[in-house]
Design a binder for this molecule. Structure first.
Ligand code: DC
Length: 224
């Protein structure tokens, strides 16, 4: 049987994780799992339902009655929330602003981590998020913690938004990214931090191709 490995890519918002994870997964023929999309999907549902986002109990209960599916497609990973395609909706500003709050609840994280572990079980995966190397896949053969300066991450998000027709000012994006970094790093349950056995990759001055090549090289080393 061909050997497969699990690859955990963690890091702060807009560090380039998902773009690079997709390339690496495609090159290796592995499944790509965007865990941030899963937290975004439950945030969208909570906003639509009008429940109290600060309540761990209410959001946890909502998630118990929720089905989140990730499906690969030629256009990228599609996200389904209770059977509805929400791939675009989960990228809205409203969801982006509230997702860190929802992701801070233990009731939500416990269920998400279980689901993510099931999705990754027994196969080659590239999973990106904040706590993959520390909690979701602690035995992953390759763990990389990717980051870049706030200014560079905001610039990338600005360009990405521009392509999609959003015109959020660069300064607002810098503030939003810095605020999410703070919330994701300071929360009590599974905060964003580099796993002890993760390699650090600063992508500030790297192109997407360079970062993907670096990670693929590391993956090949683990596979041989
Ligand atoms: O990767 P992203 O920006 O789409 O993630 C959205 C939010 O979800 C992020 O601000 C923190 C949270 N998140 C998390 O807490 N744990 C993960 N494994 C993935 C994302």
């Amino acid at each position: 049987m061909t050997k497969t490995i699990q690859i955990a890519l963690d890091g702060p918002a807009a560090a380039g994780k998902s773009t690079i994870a997709k390339i690496v997964a495609e090159k290796l023929g592995y499944v790509y799992i965007d865990t941030g999309a899963m937290y975004r999907a439950i945030t969208l549902k909570a906003l639509d339902a009008g429940i109290d986002l600060a309540s761990s109990e209410e959001t946890g209960r909502l998630l118990m009655d929720t089905k989140i599916d990730l499906q690969p497609s030629p256009a990228g990973q599609l996200v389904f929330l209770d059977g509805k395609n929400v791939t675009e909706d989960i990228r809205s500003e409203a969801v982006t602003k509230s997702v860190s709050q929802i992701a801070s609840h233990e009731s939500v994280r416990k269920q998400m981590v279980e689901l993510q572990q099931q999705l990754a079980s027994g196969r080659g995966v590239v999973m990106d998020g904040r706590d993959i190397g520390t909690h979701v896949l602690p035995d992953a053969e390759l763990k990389v913690f990717m980051s870049a300066t706030v200014a560079e991450r905001a610039r990338r998000r600005y360009e990405e938004n521009n392509k999609r027709g959003f015109k959020t000012p660069l300064e607002d994006l810098q503030k939003e990214i810095a605020a999410r970094d703070k919330m994701d790093s300071e929360r009590e349950v599974s905060p964003l931090r580099q796993a002890e056995d993760a390699l650090y990759l600063d992508t500030t001055n790297l192109t997407i191709e360079q970062a993907a090549t670096d990670i693929l090289k590391l993956a090949e080393e683990r596979l041989n």
